[in-house]
Design a protein around this ligand. Structure first.
Ligand code: AMP
Ligand code: MG
Length: 410
């Protein structure tokens, strides 16, 4: 694939990035974790159960287990032969003229095929009077009605959240095979950068990107490898990138990808044998975006501007990271339709992302543009961001009250 020298439209860049991203190998990159530690992980194998769900015919109600043929003429009286609480198998079958007292979840006794709920009965001694005729098989949850033993219970590639944990627990799957977490190396390039804990000299800038990107990487379920600040010297950069390729499944650098005299990243990638696929995308902020594929890892060179770096991560890196993690779909970026509360302005030549707050109200999503300057250097204005409004190429204004697309960060 030849590198594109022109600005690539965002949707094309996204497709290209996803096509370059291979999921971790489920066989080589699986690890086994205890059920209690599986929350948020990606399932690596199909989970099956040897049991049907429900495991046996049981009652969905508190009431009486009866033979349908005995209760077609009502009222009628039946003799109660036993009591079946949940968790205790029935001791005897129900025969003609008999009923068994049963509670929700209780196993249906042999002979019975229908539950009469207790509200439709009157009890006196060992007799129960059935007051209204039930439907055949009423309130019986049949064995295997929800799931049949041996079928796929959970497919690989899904995120294990609370419902999946419940299913795994029900299947007694206490050891879960999950994808290992991808390793993501983070490099901040720039002679002017100092880490947040160092004294700031005139002209220097604090490296705010690394801590923020590390948080986003961790939030995506991957392991951030913080490789620190790398000066804009070709040998230093080359050594750092080579080492990142050695350790990581995905590499993210910030800075040094525009066309300034100190921007060496693209050349070095070539020297390290990586194939350059993208150099710039038609988005604002974040036009300079380098995407390259090396044998060991995918490389994202994000712009240094803190806003551009985060927008680039949300828009382009996160979907790749989800695919790399083994997630089989839903890579994103998650787009929702929202009503904008303010006019949104853009230049019209690049797909523009305006940051602000996304709220879910009863009438749907609303987007509140962040007050203050939308300059890509204005990091302060980014606080509280929970959505990026998208102004498409060709549009210069989206009027307040209109329906827009928002990249959701909720
Ligand atoms: P660059 O993409 O290297 O040309 O950097 C663009 C702007 O972002 C410059 O003003 C840099 O000082 C600033 N910048 C670069 N890297 C970082 C970083 N890691 N944290 C905060 N600002 C940065
Ligand atoms: Mg720089």
């Amino acid at each position: 694939m030849l590198m594109s020298h022109s600005m690539l439209p965002a949707a094309e860049a996204e497709q290209l990035i996803l096509s370059l991203t291979q999921p971790l190998d489920a066989r080589l990159a699986a690890e086994t974790v205890a059920l209690d530690s599986a929350f948020g992980r990606i399932l690596a194998t199909t989970v099956t159960s040897q049991l049907d769900f429900p495991h046996w015919d049981n009652s969905a109600m508190d009431g009486y287990a009866v033979r349908y043929e005995d209760v077609q003429q009502v009222p009628t009286a039946l003799r109660v032969v036993e009591e079946i609480p949940a968790g205790q198998p029935p001791q005897q079958p129900v025969t003609a003229g008999q009923a068994a007292r049963i509670f929700t979840g209780g196993m249906l006794p042999a002979g019975a095929d229908t539950i009469v709920m207790q509200e439709d009965t009157e009890r006196s001694g060992d007799q129960v009077k059935i007051l209204s005729a039930p439907q055949p098989q009423a309130f019986v949850r049949h064995r295997g009605a929800f799931y049949q033993a041996g079928d796929a219970l959970l497919p690989p590639g899904i995120v294990i959240n609370a419902p999946e944990l419940a299913v795994l627990a029900a299947a007694q799957c206490t050891q879960v095979s999950v994808y290992r977490r991808p390793r993501v190396a983070l490099l901040s390039t720039g002679n002017e950068l100092v880490s947040p804990d160092r004294p700031l000299q005139p002209g220097q800038i604090v490296d705010s990107n690394q801590v923020a990107l590390a948080a986003l990487v961790a939030q995506s379920g991957a392991i951030p490898l913080r490789m620190g600040i790398v000066p804009d010297r070709p040998e230093a950069l080359k050594a750092a990138i080579a080492s990142a390729f050695d350790q990581a499944d995905l590499v993210i650098s910030t800075g040094g990808v525009s066309v300034g005299d100190y921007d060496y990243v693209d050349r070095i990638l070539g020297e390290l044998g990586a194939q350059l696929h993208i150099r710039s995308v038609a988005v604002k902020p974040g036009k300079p975006l380098t995407v390259a594929a090396a044998a060991e890892a995918l490389y994202f060179g994000l712009p240094g501007n803190p806003v551009s770096a985060l927008v680039g991560f949300w828009r382009f890196v996160q979907p790749a990271l989800r695919k790399l993690s083994g997630q089989s779909d839903g890579w994103g970026p998650p787009m929702v339709t929202a009503i904008t509360e303010a006019d949104l302005k853009a230049g019209g030549r690049r797909e523009t992302y305006l940051w602000g707050q996304l709220h879910l109200s009863e009438s749907g999503y609303r987007f509140q543009l962040a007050a203050g300057s939308h300059s890509s250097g204005n990091l302060v204005n980014l606080r509280g961001t929970s959505g990026l409004a998208v102004v498409p190429i060709g549009s210069t204004t989206l009027a307040a009250g209109s329906s827009i697309r928002v990249l959701s960060l909720l």
